[in-house]
Design a protein around this ligand. Structure first.
Ligand code: XMP
Length: 495
């Protein structure tokens, strides 16, 4: 793809150095093609790894103001994938993974339970705190009843022991009952909960109508074979114990999250994790063909591409290092196109059109920080300024993020603030509503692009030719000669 190499022929530098031109999102436009495609023919799904297929090929970045468990749940429900950040201790990160895994299920394998002797009031409190509507009651390891919110509607019941208020005549099913059979039992008996038990009456799981209903609302969701939402988590290259804990908690994808993936410790970590764990593995960040080759050979299933394009990054300015993002994607795609490895374009995406350009140049999915940081589900605080609503967003190499943890992505920890050498900034982004609204616009824009290109799927988007545009072309592309009087959800002027 894009055969031409733009070698500059500076007579001074020619003998000592090869200087190549590079491209970023604003430098190119995709060329429309003849097509008879209808919107319903378009399929935006994409493979991230052998086990993870995304209907919406968008990931949320592992940054502490972007991805916690709420973001991850929202992303997976919409058909994308959230990657939980690592600027936090292992216990809390594991807790977030468990929250996601518990949020939706066909079968809840380890439901919360109570013993018969506790007070009904306590059971009610547990249900409220965990946002569940019933608790199996266990005595001597065996299921003896269920106490539900309905059992505890009246204040007078709350003083009693659970044993006195629970429903003890239960309809149960075998532990290997599949979802189809479970639905028919629930339906036939007009019940809301179906406990699964083994031959000795020990609780093996719980199927609820509420969980089945939830699934219907999100037909696109990214799910594992148990009907649980999928979740990714970031780790550092020297954090084997973190990987172990996350894998135990059921994480679906480990992301080795570093600023420079083409380095000895990241390559070694990729090899070690690949050898020791049966888990999908993404490694990065890289921006060159040799970086891609090193991580593929080490066993990565997916490559995270981007050195310095992010909206909060100052790496290129502070260190003078980086590769403009379209060139970075092309570098990696050209190296991996015949391999069973996916390419994730990470950073610098401001509009749906940028994502379309990334796909056309070889990305299999895109990773967003800025575009999701302003959503309801992002963990950042809401801030009001001049009557407008914003959310906090910061680079993981900004001073405040570096200060937060000893082992950060950038390997810095100091006592004094001024000793840090940050490679990121912190600031505010406009409040954007929900993840669902943002992804709706992103996918709508992508479908529009695919329609113009006559591409039924992401693979067919790959371009042999694009136009490199001038400043004039860029100016013409944005609204001009008009005072915009009403904002649109998918466009704002970046300046
Ligand atoms: P966007 O443009 O979506 O980019 O906000 C998010 C990506 O930026 C990277 N990242 C950083 N890069 N300094 C950097 O040079 C930083 O402080 C920093 N924090 C995040 C990261 O790849 C993320 O996904």
């Amino acid at each position: 793809m894009f055969e031409e190499k733009h070698l500059l022929t500076s007579p001074v530098l020619m003998d000592v150095m090869k200087i190549e031109k590079s491209l970023s999102f604003d430098d190119i436009l995709l060329i429309p093609r003849n097509t008879d495609l209808k919107r319903e023919d378009i399929d935006t799904s994409s493979r991230l790894t052998e086990d993870i297929e995304l209907k919406v090929p968008i990931l949320s970045s592992p940054m502490d103001k972007v991805t916690g468990s709420k973001m991850t749940i929202a992303m997976a429900r919409e058909g994308g994938l959230g990657i939980i950040h690592r600027n936090i201790d292992i216990k809390n990160q594991v807790g977030m993974v468990k929250n996601v895994k518990r949020s939706e299920n066909w079968i809840i394998r380890n439901p919360y339970t109570v013993s018969p002797g506790i007070k009904a009031r306590k059971a009610k409190d547990i249900m409220k705190e965990k946002d569940i509507s019933g608790l199996p009651v266990i005595k001597d390891g065996k299921l003896i009843g269920i106490v539900t919110k309905r059992d505890l509607r009246f204040e007078t019941e709350l003083q009693k022991d659970v044993e006195e208020v629970m429903t003890s005549e239960l309809i149960t099913a075998d532990s290997d009952t599949d979802i189809k059979k479970a639905k028919s039992i629930l339906n036939k008996n007009k019940i809301e909960k179906l406990p699964l038990v083994d031959d000795e009456g020990r609780l093996q799981g719980l199927i609820t109508v509420r969980d089945i209903e939830k699934k219907k609302q999100h037909p696109q969701a990214t799910m594992d074979e148990n009907g649980q939402l999928m979740v990714g988590s970031a780790v550092g290259p020297d954090e084997f114990n973190r990987v172990e804990a996350l894998v135990d908690a059921g994480v679906d994808l480990i992301v080795i999250d570093t600023a420079h993936g083409n380095s000895k410790d990241v390559i070694k970590a990729t090899e070690d994790i690949n050898e020791s764990f049966d888990v999908n593995l993404m490694a990065g960040n890289i921006a060159t063909a040799d970086g891609a080759r090193a991580l593929i050979d080490a066993g990565a299933d997916s490559l995270r591409v981007g050195i310095g394009p992010g909206s909060i990054c100052t790496t290129r300015i502070v260190s003078g290092i980086g590769v403009p993002q379209i060139t970075a994607i092309l570098n990696v795609y050209n190296e991996v196109k015949d391999e069973d490895v996916s390419v994730v374009a990470d950073g610098g995406i401001r509009y749906s059109g940028d994502a379309a350009k990334a796909f056309a140049c070889g990305a299999d999915s895109v990773m967003l920080g800025n575009m999701l940081a302003g959503t309801e589900e992002a963990p950042g605080r809401i801030v009001f300024r001049s009557g407008r609503k914003y959310k906090e967003y910061r680079g993981m190499a900004s001073i405040s993020a570096l200060e937060k943890r000893e082992k950060n992505r950038y390997g810095q920890h100091f006592e004094k603030r001024e000793d840090y050498v940050p490679e990121g900034v912190e600031g505010l982004v406009p409040y954007k509503g929900t993840v669902s609204e943002v992804l709706h616009q992103m996918i709508g824009g992508l479908q529009s692009s695919m329609g113009h290109l006559g591409a039924r799927n992401i693979e067919e988007m790959r371009q042999r030719e694009v136009y490199k545009i001038t400043e004039g072309g860029k100016k013409e592309s944005h609204p001009h000669n008009v005072e915009i009087t009403e904002d649109t959800p998918n466009y704002h002027w970046e300046g």
